[in-house]
Design a binder for this molecule. Structure first.
Ligand SMILES: *[C@@H]1O[C@H](CO)[C@@H](O)[C@H](O)[C@H]1NC(C)=O
Ligand SMILES: *[C@@H]1O[C@H](CO)[C@@H](O)[C@H](O)[C@H]1NC(C)=O
Ligand SMILES: *[C@@H]1O[C@H](CO)[C@@H](O)[C@H](O)[C@H]1NC(C)=O
Ligand SMILES: *[C@@H]1O[C@H](CO)[C@@H](O)[C@H](O)[C@H]1NC(C)=O
Length: 402
């Protein structure tokens, strides 16, 4: 098996195994230039470990397992049905419950299982999603130890099953920043062994600047949801593969309701038109949440002079989230000998995305803080928090091409 043909499942499992090794042993003394931050680096690390966003996602998943319903009505002749995922809610403590539509999708009648079977599959999928996250918490003990605890369980199995821990010599993670326009970096990007693209950004028409090769498509679950919504008009069901059907997709779940979209898209797959999709592991999600929050707090403290605890005045913790780009980069650190980042920067006048006209950044990410993480990866990898707590793990060389 050639390295560049490793299946995506293996890629991610490798990422997880390698990333987790570092957390076997925690050193209690933080290293690096941490003294600059009020309360110290150790405080930032501790606060970053409290994952309110993860709590929110778990609560949503638990509510769906307990109380969600699925019902549908014929639509467009009898070939499709209009499907509602609903959740009861109360306007106040004494009112009768009302039903809120969490999701509304037009799906093919034949291929997608009937409402009862679909709900059962959805609940099973939610349960395993929750189980992985709860186990992670439990094993980790207190919040401080979530990631460290992760390394203790499951990793041995993964390694046994996948003894060939081959790494990709060179990887490119291609961000979607408008700074890529006119860069002429297409050829350079395509020359990497593994090319990861984000959120289904188009390459058609931009190949000279962003390249054309894609080995792994990394998306957040909103992207898949949009594909599922469009599935009634798309030939062959959920059309979610702008880079070709064979290119595997890895998705992180920002709303647990999107696990229903994954089931629906999977159900519309055929042998001729498969739907290779992998949901990211709870451990990788937890690590990314920590990194994003740590850097956001550090930036907050440095720019405002306020204590780290006051970070929540600027960000709603429950909806604060790492970007798909950050997660793809962290995954790449686990499976690559060398990681190059393209299209992650900003410049005055450059579009937010090279492929859309979106002007504003999303508030739920702190992109500036994420850039600081990438800069640290390049300039002082030995001081990158969480990774540095590990004797065994070495951050591979990272190059930023703005
Ligand atoms: C499910 O609904 C019941 C009744 O409204 C409510 O008491 C319960 O908290 C809900 N379960 C979850 C996990 O949200
Ligand atoms: C609760 O909501 C119901 C209807 O939604 C309303 O009639 C009732 O007055 C509300 N009760 C309180 C205490 O606000
Ligand atoms: C996807 O569909 C295939 C059958 O087409 C099934 O075997 C598999 O379990 C499904 N995967 C998920 C995650 O539902
Ligand atoms: C921190 O936030 C509180 C309000 O939550 C505010 O009263 C206080 O002034 C802030 N601290 C600083 C140092 O600005």
């Amino acid at each position: 098996m050639k390295r560049r043909h490793l299946p995506p499942v293996l890629v991610l499992l490798l990422a997880l195994s390698l990333l987790s090794l570092p957390f076997r042993r925690r050193l209690f003394l933080p290293r690096g230039p941490s003294q600059y931050y009020a309360g110290g680096d150790a405080l930032l690390r501790r606060l970053a470990a409290a994952d309110a966003g993860g709590d929110q996602v778990r609560a949503e998943a638990a509510a769906l397992v307990a109380n969600a319903s699925v019902s549908s009505f014929p639509s467009i002749g009898n070939r499709y049905r209009l499907l509602y995922l609903r959740l009861p809610y109360h306007t106040n403590a004494t009112s009768a419950p009302r039903q809120r539509a969490v999701s509304r999708l037009r799906v093919p009648f034949e291929t997608v299982p009937d409402d009862g079977a679909l709900l059962a599959a959805f609940r099973a999928s939610l349960r395993s999603f929750l189980l992985a996250r709860r186990q992670l918490r439990r094993r980790g003990g207190d919040d401080d130890d979530v990631v460290a605890g992760v390394a203790m369980g499951g990793i041995g199995d993964l390694l046994d099953r996948h003894p060939r821990r081959e790494r990709f010599p060179t990887c490119a993670v291609v961000g979607n920043s408008g700074i890529l326009l006119g860069s002429g970096r297409g050829g350079q990007i395509d020359a990497h062994d593994l090319v990861v693209r984000l959120n289904n950004a188009r390459v058609a028409g931009y190949a000279a600047d962003v390249g054309a090769k894609t080995s792994l498509s990394f998306v957040n679950s909103n992207i898949l949801h949009r594909c599922a919504v469009r599935s009634a008009v798309a030939a062959g069901g959920c059309a979610c593969h702008p880079y070709g059907r064979a290119v595997p997709m890895a998705m992180y779940v920002c709303q647990p309701a999107h696990l229903l979209d994954a089931l629906i898209c999977n159900a519309t797959a055929t042998p001729a038109s498969p739907f290779p999709l992998l949901v990211t592991d709870a451990r990788l999600d937890a690590l990314c949440a920590r990194i994003a929050k740590y850097y956001s707090m550090r930036r907050f403290v440095a720019t405002t002079g306020e204590p780290a605890n006051n970070w929540t005045r600027r960000h709603d913790e429950r909806y604060f989230h790492y970007s798909s780009g950050l997660q793809a980069v962290v995954m790449a650190l686990g499976v690559c000998d060398e990681v190059s980042l393209f299209g992650f920067g900003k410049a005055a006048g450059a579009k937010h995305h090279y492929h859309t006209n979106q002007k504003k950044e999303l508030d739920l990410h702190d992109y500036e803080a994420e850039y600081q993480f990438y800069r640290d990866l390049q300039a002082r990898p030995e001081a990158v928090p969480f990774f540095d707590e590990t004797p065994g793990f070495k951050v591979p060389p990272v190059k930023l091409y703005w």
